[in-house]
Design a protein around this ligand. Sequence first.
Ligand SMILES: Nc1ncnc2c1ncn2[C@@H]1O[C@H](COP(=O)(O)OP(=O)(O)OP(=O)(O)O)[C@@H](O)[C@H]1O
Ligand SMILES: [Mg+2]
Length: 289
Amino acid sequence: MSALLVPGHDVRGATPIGGRPGSVGLSLERLTLSLDGRTILDGVDLEVAPGRITGLAGESGSGKTLTGMSIMGLPPERSALGGAIHYRGSNLLELGGRQRNALRGREIAMVFQDPAASLHPMMSIGTQLTDHVRHHLGLSKKTARDRLVGLLGEVRVPDPAGAMRKYPHQFSGGQLQRIAIAGAIACEPHVLVADEPTTALDVTVQAGILHLLRNLCDDRGLTIILITHDLGVMSALADTIAVMRYGKVVEVGDRADVIQRPAHSYTRSLIDALPDRVGAARTFAMEAE
Ligand SMILES: Nc1ncnc2c1ncn2[C@@H]1O[C@H](COP(=O)(O)OP(=O)(O)OP(=O)(O)O)[C@@H](O)[C@H]1O
Ligand SMILES: [Mg+2]
């Protein structure tokens, strides 16, 4: 249990409407980030419902990744953060370095756009993934290894035991993304930030990763923040969609509402720019409902 969890404490943002009991959400309140005097996040307000997939959409440079990095406690050097990230009764921005480090990768994890970048090229998959789990959970080498082999199987990496002995260059992009996701969920985080998890992958591989994320949310109650500029991916997967522009959330709502009845002209322009893909995704979304 986290040292931050205070029984009976008023947990702001942990149970927004539509969330799933037993899962943990978070909320951003007027989150700001400035870098070298430039305002990059300009007061981001966002409720991330527990056990649901909250999508962050928006054009390149709108601040999606830096929102995710701020939640992870990894803002760029020299940047200044303001506002609040409410999580289990604490404002993450007020935590000390040790408390923050204890959460990162353990309770709040992230998968990055380029899976190869999050894996060390010179270390076997088994070594790097088990080191991470042993560090956070204090497990024996064998227990950590068994857990990882099970997880690699769960995310459908072929021959999980053999995969532990291999190195990143021996896998395809889609397999590496599955491995990165297994690594990210190995410590059973409450929240997973997935930054463009399928952008580097070809379309057929994308669908498998999207289903994997959906299943992790539905089966494990994982709270997912899905960052993507691709509204097609977004509308196929997210329960709630938030649209960012110039460092602010300009529209947020239920997936079907945002895609079918966008309130903001900027959201409409994003949807109009992708007629075929979103048309297909709308069909997918409606079939799934
Ligand atoms: N490490 C950094 N140092 C300096 N500026 C940065 C850094 N990371 C991002 N920025 C700037 O902050 C702004 C927001 O960047 P961010 O990466 O959050 O955008 P994004 O919405 O994720 O875009 P994309 O869709 O291209 O990934 C951009 O103007 C970007 O140039
Ligand atoms: Mg980005």
